[in-house]
Unconditional design. Structure first.
Ligand code: AHR
Length: 503
């Protein structure tokens, strides 16, 4: 079958936003301890951070990192994680039934973020705590020296420099009954609005993110956003969205079409936010912070927290191993996020290391790349300039969840200054290869040459990488892709992700 893409330099959606390429570090499993931080590791630096993980984080092209949770944050006392390490308390983390020695806290995270060259995004606890504790951590992190809490920061870090965190999440997944301190929409709208209002009294320029829905299947989806935004509209900039996909009960076809749900999710939140905008007669638009997204096999045993009397430190949790097919779906989710750059102002892949992560580590040993590392790193590196709308003509395939879905999905970016045009395209149909055809001759890009075409594909869609075989699934040059007489052509194998770079 044929997939025909139509694109034009005039079909611009929005500039590519660096913040689309955020990630997430939660105190969960081995994300922090033996993930980013392992003082005894041979490659640890003087602060205890694994330099191999730092290098991979930079290679991944991560722009911002959300911290410290996640479900964890809804029971977290930020003060436990600052000050002399030997005086910090060990606490039970109820969300993941683990113990946290609090060796890593806000100051350590900020030191790590600087080395990783990422912008921090900090979540406050609105589960067991409220306005005062949010103001306290804001004062500790951002206030200039001279107040009680900012002076503690100066004493603890040995530097007058403020952490100057700009993006703040007002709690985490407060719509979820699993959340510690879960609230209904009205209750959450009150506390989030008052927290935002008070935080803005300290600093009117903070970028504040109010909790939206934990996924589009939540019974309160849509109504939650409506209630929360109706109250919080004037005090926040973004509403969050979270989603995880996996192949369930062998339904490969629905899983391959997951990005259809992400498109629907974003469009629905945009519609709801704009409905509130009309209702309140406001000019400003609320943007989306898609601050948790990924493939996650939630039903598998690795995702189940310990129970009973066992409260381990840094247990193996949520250590999903990703297949070639997972990476194709994942690459498609990035296509969806990019396509919505007009309204998705920030996004965070959940998570960064070990926990449903593109980077895996062995305690004391190697760090290696999962299949999903590659579409993220390449999209982050080569999506530049403006996002272009791509019209796709392609057959569809049937699946249980969506009925029918287009066999291919694509987005493109065009950097007018450098002349770089990059096309990201997936064949998400298991039934066979697609012949790609793109007429670029009169699309306003001028003379183009093909720079490279790479495809991530494996004849076994369930093939995965491991510490011993980290190169099993990696993008390979796609020699079928050619540009002749202004027409781009090539073959896209079944279940594959492809990037074509032209200049
Ligand atoms: O990323 C794993 C968990 O998924 C987060 O802690 C929570 O916010 C979400 O349900």
């Amino acid at each position: 079958s044929q997939v025909t893409l139509t694109l034009n330099s005039a079909f611009r959606i929005a500039p590519v936003r660096r913040r689309t390429f955020g990630a997430f570090v939660e105190h969960l499993g081995r994300c922090v301890y033996t993930g980013i931080f392992e003082p005894d590791h041979p490659e640890a630096d003087a602060d205890g951070f694994r330099t191999d993980v730092l290098a991979l984080t930079r290679e991944l092209g991560v722009s911002s990192v959300r911290y410290p949770g996640g479900n964890f944050v809804s029971g977290y006392r930020w003060e436990d994680g600052v000050g002399p390490v030997e005086e910090r308390p060990v606490r039970h983390d109820l969300a993941w039934h683990s113990s946290d020695p609090n060796t890593v806290g806000l100051d350590e995270f900020m030191a790590w973020a600087k080395k990783a060259e990422v912008e921090p995004m900090y979540a406050v606890n609105l589960g067991t705590r409220g306005v005062q504790e949010a103001l306290d951590v804001l004062e500790y992190a951002n206030a200039p020296a001279g107040t009680c809490l900012s002076d503690q920061r100066v004493a603890n870090t040995g530097s007058e420099e403020s952490h100057d965190i700009r993006m703040w999440c007002l709690g985490n997944e407060m719509d979820g009954p699993w959340q510690i301190g879960h609230k209904n929409a009205e209750e959450y709208a009150r506390v989030a609005t008052e927290t935002a209002r008070a935080m803005r009294m300290e600093d009117p320029d903070l970028e504040l993110i109010v909790c939206g829905s934990s996924n589009s299947q939540m019974p309160t989806f849509g109504a939650w956003e409506n209630t929360v935004l109706t109250e919080a509209y004037d005090h926040v900039d973004m509403v969050s969205a979270h989603v995880y996909y996996s192949e369930k009960d062998g339904d490969q076809a629905s899983f391959l079409a997951s990005a259809d749900d992400m498109d629907h999710f974003i469009d629905s939140v945009v519609a709801t936010a704009d409905h509130v905008r009309a209702k309140l007669k406001r000019d400003k638009r609320i943007m989306i912070s898609f601050d948790e997204w990924n493939v996650w096999y939630q039903h598998r045993a690795e995702s189940r927290p310990p129970s009973g009397k066992d409260w381990p430190v840094a247990p193996v949790l949520l250590e999903d191993i990703y297949s070639a097919m997972d990476a194709v779906v994942f690459g498609n989710l990035l296509i969806s996020l990019l396509r919505h750059s007009d309204r998705v102002a920030s996004a965070s892949l959940a998570q960064l290391v070990n926990v449903i992560a593109p980077i895996m580590t062995e305690p004391g040993g190697r760090a290696w790349k999962q299949t999903t590392f590659h579409p993220f790193a390449l999209t982050s590196r080569y999506a530049k300039g403006d996002v272009l709308q791509v019209n796709i003509e392609v057959p569809s395939f049937e699946n249980q969840r969506f009925g029918t879905s287009a066999s291919a999905d694509a987005v493109a970016t065009w950097d007018e200054d450098s002349g770089d045009l990059t096309v990201f395209v997936v064949n998400r149909d298991a039934s066979g290869a697609l012949d790609l055809g793109v007429d670029l001759s009169s699309a306003g890009f001028g003379e183009l040459v093909l720079v490279e075409a790479v495809t991530l594909h494996h004849e076994d869609p369930y093939a995965a990488n491991s510490a011993d075989a980290p190169e099993t699934v990696t993008p390979q040059p796609n020699s079928s892709v050619a540009l002749q007489g202004g027409r781009l052509s090539g073959e896209l194998p079944a279940i594959s992700w492809t990037m074509v770079r032209l200049a």
